[in-house]
Design a protein around this ligand. Structure first.
Ligand code: NAD
Length: 282
């Protein structure tokens, strides 16, 4: 498989949420390609451990592990300064840090503000802060933004997370539109849409990986393959949901508007059977 040209030995990758799960698996995969990696995370202990693992792959000089809260724009600005001071350029920015503490429509406004600041603000600010240098250096580069299927089909149960991830989708689409219309720009943006991945975010007390989940490594391998193919929407399957089923769910969600059904009709008592029949039609 030919990889995307942004991935090359001595190129530089910055991964937020890089101390755990999908971000750490990505950092390892990039390091295994001989890239210099900067991981940013708010969890200092996990960050230190992850940095040590990465150093065994590429050496101390080629790893930065920087405590960062992506919910704070000034932290991301400091991250950029430190990365450029050490590595001069950035070829891959993976805006990946995210949290899912749970939320309710009429829940505390502090919870809403924090989820939006981290999951959405982290991606908007990360892109705004890093992209100008990535465009200016003129070499092929990528901005990968981690979204979620919950930002597309917006299932009931965690509205703040859904709103944040719907925002990530809208931002990433607009970012890619902007980049492709920027003269001489060799940076492209992408939306990573993981399936069910077994990580601390989804473990919820489980120690063993559920049968339906993918590993972070499977997710990153899929991401690299789809980036090589040039996909913007990197829609990952998992052990329980294939692409065909995802397509049905997304089409049904969009159909709520087109068919003038109630919102979230998939979960509405009068429409649930119609959704099942729609899926069964194949
Ligand atoms: P994870 O918990 O293993 O990793 C997330 C990392 O982000 C952690 O190391 C955490 O400390 C860090 N983080 C959280 N808030 C931060 C902040 N304010 N600043 C800096 N770092 C912060 O979870 P994961 O599953 O690998 O999640 C990675 C991304 O994938 C998230 O954006 C998540 O929403 C998304 N996602 C995950 C799944 C899944 O099934 N695991 C599905 C869809 C989307």
């Amino acid at each position: 498989m030919t990889s995307h040209p942004a991935f090359a030995p001595s190129h530089v990758a910055v991964i937020t949420g890089g101390a755990s799960g999908i971000g750490f698996a990505a950092a390892r995969a990039f390091a295994e390609m001989g890239m210099k990696v900067a991981i940013a995370d708010r969890d200092a202990t996990a960050l230190r451990a992850a940095g040590q693992v990465l150093a065994t792959l590429v050496g101390d000089d080629n790893v930065l592990a920087i405590e960062t809260d992506v919910g704070r724009r000034e932290d991301l600005a400091r991250l950029r300064e430190q990365v450029l001071a050490r590595f001069s350029k950035v070829h891959v920015l993976m805006n990946n840090a995210g949290m899912q503490p749970g939320s309710a429509i009429f829940g505390p406004h502090e919870v809403w503000e924090r989820i939006l600041a981290v999951n959405l603000g982290g991606i908007v600010n990360g892109s705004q802060i890093f992209a100008p240098e990535m465009i200016a250096h003129g070499e092929p580069a990528l901005i990968i933004n981690t979204g979620s299927k919950q930002g597309i089909t917006t299932p009931p149960g965690d509205p703040a997370y859904n709103v944040s991830k719907a925002g990530v989708k809208a931002f990433a689409e607009a970012l890619q539109h902007e980049l492709r219309n920027t003269e001489g720009c060799r940076v492209s943006a992408h939306l990573l849409i993981p399936g069910f991945v077994f990580t601390p975010l989804t473990a919820r007390g489980r120690i063993e990986q559920p049968a339906g989940a993918w590993t972070p490594e499977q997710t990153v391998a899929f991401m690299l393959k789809r980036l090589a193919a040039g996909d913007f929407y990197i829609l990952c399957p998992d052990g329980e949901t294939n692409r065909a089923l995802d397509e049905k769910r997304m089409a049904w969600a969009m159909g709520d508007i087109i068919e003038n059904r109630p919102p979230l009709s998939r979960w509405h008592k009068d429409c649930g059977e119609a959704f099942k029949a729609f899926v069964a039609r194949g």
